[in-house]
Design a protein around this ligand. Structure first.
Ligand code: AMP
Length: 281
């Protein structure tokens, strides 16, 4: 696996591929890789001639007091996993090269960013849209792969791609879960043993609402109550939001007549966990 750390070298390589008309798949990550990340990488490897993965812990998407400094960094392990899968190129930009002195251009995210994570994490999505657009300009991909795990991020980025007519094909890939249902996340390693045990209730709460939906319950408030009661019964009381929304606009839906997504963010100890489930006929 080739490694590039310089932004200009990355773009030069991408231009070369472009001139050879190669189909390039791109998977941006912040490292601390797990099977969720790898599912995106495998999808890219299956559908492109060249696969680029980036690892960059992007300071612009962390707020003050968030975990930028302590975010898990497991480069050696990440390298081994990507190498084994057959990734062609790993892009590892340094913070100083990516955000050179005087950097001051940011992408204003679309309105779908102005709720949920966007209200709880000020400027988070502005950091995400900025880093992702720049990564696209450096890697010039044909196909880009993101995880449904970060559902709002997918909505923000696919809207940005549409609004700005970016010449990339967006792919939203399903959530990869641990055996007990917990959505895989780099942040799961922050959980203590007892919190990890508790955390399984998050996905179980979503599944209980899904079961009721599949049994004919179409009222959002009842499905929300089923999931909220489940969380509370299992000791999860710090729920940032638990909501049923339209998958594109992320506006709240009361009576379900078409596909929706149930989004949840909850805190267990000091760790914030996100999960979601699509409710489809
Ligand atoms: P991150 O390194 O957390 O920025 O994640 C990089 C990409 O992996 C994002 O598109 C995430 O949505 C995706 N991802 C993270 N966890 C999972 C998961 N459990 N299943 C599928 N995709 C995931």
């Amino acid at each position: 696996m080739e490694k590039i750390t310089s932004c200009s070298e990355m773009q030069q390589q991408a231009r070369q591929w472009q001139s050879e008309q190669k189909r390039v798949g791109f998977v941006p990550t912040m490292g601390a890789l797990h099977e969720g990340h790898l599912s995106l990488v495998k999808e890219s490897l299956a559908h492109n001639e060249t696969t680029v993965v980036s690892i960059f812990v992007n300071p612009a998407q962390f707020g003050p007091g968030e975990d930028f400094e302590s975010y898990p960094r497991t480069l050696e392990n990440d390298l081994a996993m990507l190498d084994q899968l057959g990734v062609d190129l790993l892009f590892l930009p340094s913070q100083d090269d990516f955000y050179q002195d005087g950097f001051s251009t940011y992408i204003e995210p679309p309105v779908v960013a102005n709720r949920f994570e966007g209200t709880l994490r000020k400027d988070h999505f502005r950091g995400v849209t900025t880093v992702v657009l720049k990564l696209f300009m450096l890697t010039l991909p044909t196909n880009v792969y993101f995880g449904q795990k970060d559902f709002q991020q997918c909505a923000v980025l696919s809207t940005m791609i549409d609004d700005l007519a970016l010449p990339v094909q967006f792919h939203r890939m399903p959530i990869v879960r641990e055996e007990d249902g917990l959505a895989m996340s780099s942040r799961n390693r922050y959980l203590s043993e007892s919190d990890r045990e508790k955390a399984r209730a998050i996905s179980a709460a979503l599944f209980s609402a899904q079961a009721a939906f599949e049994n004919g319950e179409k009222e959002g408030c009842i499905l929300r109550k089923i999931a909220t009661d489940y969380l509370q019964k299992h000791g999860i009381h710090e729920i940032d939001y638990l909501t049923i929304v339209d998958p594109r606009s992320l506006t709240e839906v009361e009576t379900i007549v078409t596909d929706v997504v149930l989004l949840v963010a909850a805190r267990i100890g000091t760790t914030r966990l996100l999960d979601n489930i699509l409710l489809t006929e």
